[in-house]
Design a protein around this ligand. Structure first.
Ligand SMILES: [Zn+2]
Ligand SMILES: [Zn+2]
Ligand SMILES: [Zn+2]
Ligand SMILES: [Zn+2]
Length: 415
C-alpha cells in the first residue's frame, strides 16, 4: 500500500510506511475493558497505544502544502477540501466574534473506510484567554441550544478518487501539484475563505470585516493606493491573484509554523531508561518545560488534582516535548492533567451529522504554547489540555467540514 503522507496519525494501524524495513506486525485493536462500564476515571486501566506528535520546522518550502497531506501546527491550515471551506459563524469565536486562529491539523485517514481515504482534523481557537475561560464556563451547560465556543474542531474527509488530488501517492520531491486551485483565502489571516473583496484595489480579499479593518490600519491603506495606481496604468485585467500569492498571510500574529512528526509512545518506554535524555529531539530544554509544569503545581489545592497531575506528569515526562497525543479508539481515554473539569464519555454530545456516538481521537498538550512562543502577559493564552472527540463512524455528510466536539481543561478554574 502506498503511503500518502508517510507520517499519518492512525489509531491503531502503525504499519503504513513503505520504506520501513523493520516494520512491525499490524496491531489489531484490542478490546481491553469490554466489561468496564465506568468509562472515565480509572488511571491504571490497560492502555491503548498512543501516537505522540512533535513539532519540527518545515524542511522544505513545500512541506506544508495541501497536496502532501501534512500534519501542521501554527501558521495557516492546508485545507484538505480546498474549495468548500467552513464559512459563516462557524469560523468565528462565538464569544468575541473574531475569526478563529489555526492551531493544528492532523492527517488521520481511515484505511477501512473508502470515503475517508483522506481524512484531516483541523483545530482552531480564539487567542484570547478571557474567551477561553468563558468557553470553559459555557461547556458546563449541558447540551446547550446554541453552544458558545472559542475552540472548534472540523473533520474533513475525501475518497481516494476526488476532484482535488491525484489518486497516486505524492512523490514528496517538490514536484507534486494539486489538480486545481483552491478558494481564494483572506489576505490578512490566510486561513479562511476570502469572499469579500477590497473595494479600492479589487485585489485584497477578506474573510470578515474585522480582518479587512485590521489589514487596512496595519498596511493596506498605503498598499491599496499603490495597487490602484499599478492597475490603472496597466492594461491587464487579470489582477486577481497577485497579492494573495506573495505571502500566506499579512497578519503577523499567527502562531509560528511547524510540521508535526509522530512517534509511538511505546518507543519511549525503553529509550528513556537506557539513554536518558539524549534520545529526545531537543528543541527547548527539558528543564524549561519542567519549570513551567512545576509552577503550575502550586495552583492545585485538592489532592485529587495533585494525584492526577503527578500521573499526567510522569507519563508526559517520557517525552516531554510531545504536543499531541493521538489514539482513535472507542476504548481510548485522554490523559487528564486534572481530576476536576473532565468530561465523561457519556457527556460528550453525539455527532450532529449522524446522531451516532463520538470517541476520543486526540488531545493537544500545553507544550504547544512554548513552541508557539507564548508570552508571559497576564492575559496570555494557556490551557491544561484540549481534548477532541470525533464521530465514531466518521460519517459522511453533505458538509465538507463537520464540526466535532472539543473539551478544554484550563488551570485557573477559579476565575
Ligand atoms: Zn474570542
Ligand atoms: Zn481573515
Ligand atoms: Zn485594497
Ligand atoms: Zn457522525
Amino acid at each position: 500500500m502506498s503511503s500518502f503522507n508517510g507520517d499519518d496519525f492512525k489509531g491503531l494501524r502503525i504499519t503504513q510506511l513503505d520504506d520501513d524495513d523493520e516494520e512491525q506486525a499490524p496491531v489489531e485493536p484490542i478490546n481491553v475493558d469490554e466489561f468496564d462500564d465506568d468509562d472515565d476515571d480509572d488511571e491504571d486501566d490497560e492502555e491503548e497505544p498512543v501516537i505522540l506528535g512533535f513539532v519540527e520546522s518545515p524542511k522544505f518550502p513545500w512541506s506544508s502544502l495541501r497536496q502532501l497531506f501534512p500534519n501542521l501546527a501554527g501558521g495557516v491550515p492546508a485545507w484538505l477540501d480546498p474549495v468548500n471551506l467552513p464559512s459563516g459563524k462557524s469560523i468565528l469565536c462565538d464569544l468575541c466574534e473574531e475569526p478563529l486562529q489555526f492551531v493544528l491539523q492532523l492527517y488521520a485517514p481511515l484505511t477501512d473506510k473508502e470515503s475517508a481515504f483522506h481524512r484531516t482534523l483541523f483545530l482552531f481557537m480564539c487567542p484570547s484567554m478571557s474567551c477561553l475561560l468563558r468557553d470553559q464556563h459555557e461547556q458546563w451547560k449541558r447540551a446547550p441550544e446554541k453552544p458558545m465556543r472559542s475552540v472548534k474542531v472540523f473533520r474533513c474527509q475525501l475518497p481516494r478518487v476526488n476532484p482535488f488530488y491525484s489518486s497516486e501517492a505524492p512523490k514528496h520531491d517538490g514536484t507534486d501539484q494539486p489538480l486545481g486551485p483552491g478558494a481564494p483565502l483572506c489576505t490578512w489571516c490566510g486561513t479562511w475563505k476570502g469572499d469579500k473583496v477590497c473595494g479600492g484595489c479589487k485585489t485584497a480579499r477578506y474573510c470578515s470585516p474585522k480582518h479587512q479593518a485590521l489589514h487596512w490600519h496595519r498596511a493596506h491603506k498605503i498598499e491599496c493606493q499603490q495597487l490602484r495606481t499599478v492597475l490603472e496604468t496597466s492594461d491587464s485585467v487579470d489582477n486577481g491573484v497577485t497579492l494573495t500569492q506573495v505571502q500566506k498571510a499579512a497578519s503577523k500574529s499567527l502562531w509560528k509554523e511547524f510540521v508535526l512528526i509522530n512517534e509511538d509512545e511505546s518507543e519511549y518506554d525503553t529509550e528513556m531508561s537506557e539513554t536518558d535524555e539524549v534520545a529526545q529531539p531537543m528543541v527547548v530544554s527539558k528543564r524549561e518545560v519542567d519549570d513551567q509544569m512545576k509552577s503550575v503545581m502550586k495552583d492545585f489545592e485538592g489532592d485529587a488534582d495533585k494525584n492526577s497531575w503527578v500521573n499526567f506528569q510522569q507519563r508526559v515526562d517520557k517525552a516531554p516535548e510531545q504536543v499531541v497525543r493521538y489514539c482513535r479508539s472507542s476504548e481510548a481515554k485522554p490523559l487528564w492533567p486534572m481530576a476536576s473539569g473532565r468530561v465523561s464519555k457519556s457527556e460528550v454530545p453525539n455527532c450532529k451529522s449522524c446522531g451516532g456516538p463520538r470517541c476520543f481521537e486526540f488531545q493537544a498538550m500545553p507544550q504547544l504554547l512554548f513552541f508557539f512562543g507564548g508570552s508571559n502577559e497576564r492575559e496570555s493564552l494557556d490551557w491544561a489540555t484540549i481534548v477532541v472527540y470525533t464521530c465514531e463512524n466518521s460519517c459522511d455528510s453533505s458538509l465538507s467540514y463537520n464540526e466535532e466536539f472539543v473539551w478544554v481543561q484550563v488551570y485557573s478554574q477559579t476565575t
